[in-house]
Structure formats: C-alpha cells, structure tokens
Design a protein. Structure first.
Length: 267
C-alpha cells in the first residue's frame, strides 16, 4: 500500500494495520502515524480552519503488522482558533499523541513576508538509496537527495542536513498529511555524527505551518520535490535538539520543525 492508500483507509475505518514496508524495524515510521492522525482530525473541518501548528508525542512504539485504533476529538473550538487531539492506541497503550491547532484568517495591520530563497536545482545532490536490511523499510517509498551533510553513521563533522525529498509514488496533490510525513522521513540530523549504528528516536516534535498550503498559488503535486534543511542546535547527555525548515522548490517557506531526539550510542 502506498501513502494515499492509508489516507483512504483513515476515511473509512477506525482500526488499521500498517504493512512492514512502512516500518523502522518492527515500529511504524513515526511520520506516517502522525500524518494519519492529522488526516483523521481534518475530516469534517471546513476550509476556513487552516492548520497552524502540530505537536506530536511519540509515547511508545506502534508495531507494524498489528492492529491499532485511531481516534480524534475536539478540545476547544473558538471563533478564530480551534484545538484538536488525536491518538493511536495499540494493546491498550497510547503510542502516538497529536495536538493540532487550526486558525481562521483574520484582518491584521501586521504583515511580514520573507522573500523566497534559492534552493538550487530540484532533485540535485547525492541520492540516498534504499538498501534492504540496512536502510529503514519505509524509505523505499520516498526519494531523498543529499546536497550537504553526511549519511547516518559516517562520523560526519557536519551539524546540518540539506537536501530534496518527495514521494516516489505520489498520486494526489500535496496535503498537510503528505507534508508531515515527508518532514519526519529524514534521518535525525544527529545520526551522521555516529561512527556505527545505534538506536535513536524522536521523543517530541513540533511543526509550525508558516505558509499554509491553501495560500500557495499552485499546490505542489504529490511527487514534486521539496527542499529540506535541518541544523543541530545542541546535543548532550544523550539528547539532541534540532530545527528544520521546509520550502517549495521555488523557495517559499512552508514549515518550521523542531524535534527532541534521544540517542543510545553508549549503553
């Protein structure tokens, strides 16, 4: 099943099961679980409710090839801002928890717009190949190219990752759910600094939608390239703090992303 197939399942049922091809070991790719919850939250919302921010807690592993339930509820809906929450539950345990904030457009005297940046040639750089048994299974569904930064476990001196990303089988226009999944698809920026493989996981993750997709003159296609750049802000005591920016191919800033990452390189 491709990504769009799972979105369709969310529209039709509350109980799902993820194929191992979307896994990281036995665990479901976190970007997929967060994206499916967001898609469930968005069902039934009107067009005026625009996604402004998303906060994700990865509370525990969501195993592939094992049923789980997905649900959402409104927390508070005001005239301008509305808050919703969704979660996945497997074996009676919450595995992924999402808080989403939607805000309607309002008149304001304040308007600050960043000029587009130059991202280079879409798709340029070194492609990260899918190697079965080495790279995570879910990466077979996504194309990455590295323009700057190192591959995981290469003892890199870099503290950044720069590159391009897209679904390799994207059929629909880009949605918020597609964007969330792509943002989380990159290896944590810290992994390039390790000399050998070690477990690493996102603990919390926040996204701010700087330019809502609805404000773009033309919506990118599901297979269009997006530019990704991430920096390690600080790392110590087994935890890392990273920030990322995501742009359209023509340099429009779509989202800001921050993650708290835990790494188990010494146990």
């Amino acid at each position: 099943m491709n990504f769009d197939d799972y979105l369709q399942q969310v529209n039709q049922q509350d109980k799902l099961e993820i194929h191992p091809s979307w896994g990281q070991g036995r665990t479901t790719f976190g970007g997929l679980s967060a994206a499916l919850i967001l898609h469930r939250i968005e069902q039934g919302l009107d067009d005026g409710q625009v996604l402004r921010s998303l906060n994700v807690s990865f509370c525990g592993p969501l195993n592939t090839a094992e049923p789980f339930t997905l649900s959402s509820q409104s927390i508070r809906v005001g005239k301008s801002v509305a808050h919703y929450q969704g979660q996945t539950v497997q074996q009676d345990q919450v595995t992924t928890l999402v808080n989403a904030c939607f805000g309607r457009e309002r008149e304001s005297d304040i308007e600050v717009k960043l000029p587009p940046v130059s991202c280079g040639t879409p798709g340029s750089g070194q492609a990260m190949p899918f190697i079965k048994g080495i790279t995570p299974e879910f990466t077979q569904h996504i194309n990455f190219t590295y323009v700057e930064g190192g591959l995981p476990f290469t003892n890199s001196k870099h503290n950044v990752i720069r590159g391009w990303m897209r679904f390799n089988d994207g059929e629909r226009a880009l949605s918020n759910a597609h964007l969330v999944a792509l943002i989380d698809a990159w290896p944590p920026t810290l992994l390039q600094k390790l000399k050998s493989p070690a477990p690493c996981a996102s603990v919390t993750w926040s996204i701010e939608m700087v330019t809502p997709l609805s404000q773009l003159p033309q919506l990118p296609g599901g297979s269009d390239w997006l530019w990704y750049e991430a920096d390690i802000r600080q790392a110590h005591d087994g935890y890392g703090h990273t920030e990322a920016r995501i742009y359209t191919a023509d340099g429009v800033l779509l989202a800001l992303s921050r993650q708290l990452v835990v790494v188990y390189d010494k146990r």
